[in-house]
Design a protein around this ligand. Sequence first.
Ligand SMILES: NC(=O)c1ccc[n+]([C@@H]2O[C@H](COP(=O)([O-])OP(=O)(O)OC[C@H]3O[C@@H](n4cnc5c(N)ncnc54)[C@H](O)[C@@H]3O)[C@@H](O)[C@H]2O)c1
Length: 377
Amino acid sequence: MAIIDIGIIGCGNISHSYLKGAARSQQVRVRAVADLRMESAQERAAEYGVQALTVDRLLTDPDIRIIINLTVPLAHPAVSLQIIEAGKHVYSEKPLATSYAEAQALPRAAAAKDLRVGCAPDTFLGAAHQACRRAIDAGRIGRPIAGSVFFASHGMEHWHPNPEFFFKRGGGPMLDVGPYYVTQLVNLLGPVARVAGQATMGSATRTVGSGSMKDSIIKVEVPTTLHGVLSFVSGASLTITTSWDVWKHRRLHFEIYGSEGSLLVPDPNFFGGEPLVTDHDGDWTQLDISAHPFGKPNRRTSSGAHVADYRIIGLLDMAAAIRDGRPHRASCELAMHVMEVLDAVERSSAEGRHVNIETPSSRPEPLPLGKGEEVFD
Ligand SMILES: NC(=O)c1ccc[n+]([C@@H]2O[C@H](COP(=O)([O-])OP(=O)(O)OC[C@H]3O[C@@H](n4cnc5c(N)ncnc54)[C@H](O)[C@@H]3O)[C@@H](O)[C@H]2O)c1
């Protein structure tokens, strides 16, 4: 595939993952980066040997075909619409927008200009998650019936240098980490039909723990513990909990229970891991993920864990899909469906009723087996 020039708007924390991912890739090249704060763009540009431009200059660069939106959630829809308006395809970090209602404008604007919208997460394309998909499709656990998805920590103010956005509209743990879990659920089980939810706020303020904002107080404006019951079109139903009010726990992230066995899915915050499967009540056995691409650990987290981080492969798939005239996997349709489900947890809690999910969605096609990005050739 001819190398494609891309741009990045938003040069904060996560931009390192994308710049490293692009540097590894034979298929895309970062032509320029931009940020509201020019000094952030210049810093990132110097680190990775790319150009720093103003947002306006980047939007009008005729060589750039796809722009990645790595701004904060509150800015996602406006920046994505600017990118579309400039005639470029957009690949956005999650969440697509701060609410389902707000996200509606994106597919409309993109369709009017015949452009693509892609959206993170792309972790469901990772080896561990594709191996789980393959196991379910092969009937390893029979008919999926139930399950449990759980993410809890005492985030995010301890480590993030600029954590305010996590506690404002568009933030909260369901919109922040929920996309990883619900996207992988749709990949495994298909679309969600209806949602019941309960949402609470653990504390009204948070104190920043590090960086230049250390000791400043953030007023919390969103629920920080949310529980949902998701009923799938397939008939399966699962619970999902996301919380930033928990110091310590002993729950697993992701379990699916089927008519013939159970599956333990690794944390979909990452691309790799060790899925475990049982037949009925037999011993757990590890699923071999080695035939799938994007699973080998390639990054150490701050806590020392060796994880697989291949952020950007959703964009590589979108670039190949544009070339081949096929749908891309980390699609706007999937992100809209996920956004509606995430929104519905809080809405159900506020309105005291089940919420039916209207956005249609289908399971994205599995990735072919292979070693790496040649699967997009
Ligand atoms: N940090 C992580 O580990 C992580 C992981 C996965 C996904 N994400 C997602 O990535 C996005 C960015 O997160 P982050 O941690 O990098 O945030 P950050 O605050 O570190 O960086 C965001 C950057 O966007 C810039 N910005 C804000 N509004 C802008 C606008 N209108 N135009 C141009 N630039 C603008 C800011 O100046 C800042 O440099 C969020 O949606 C987050 O959910 C973050």
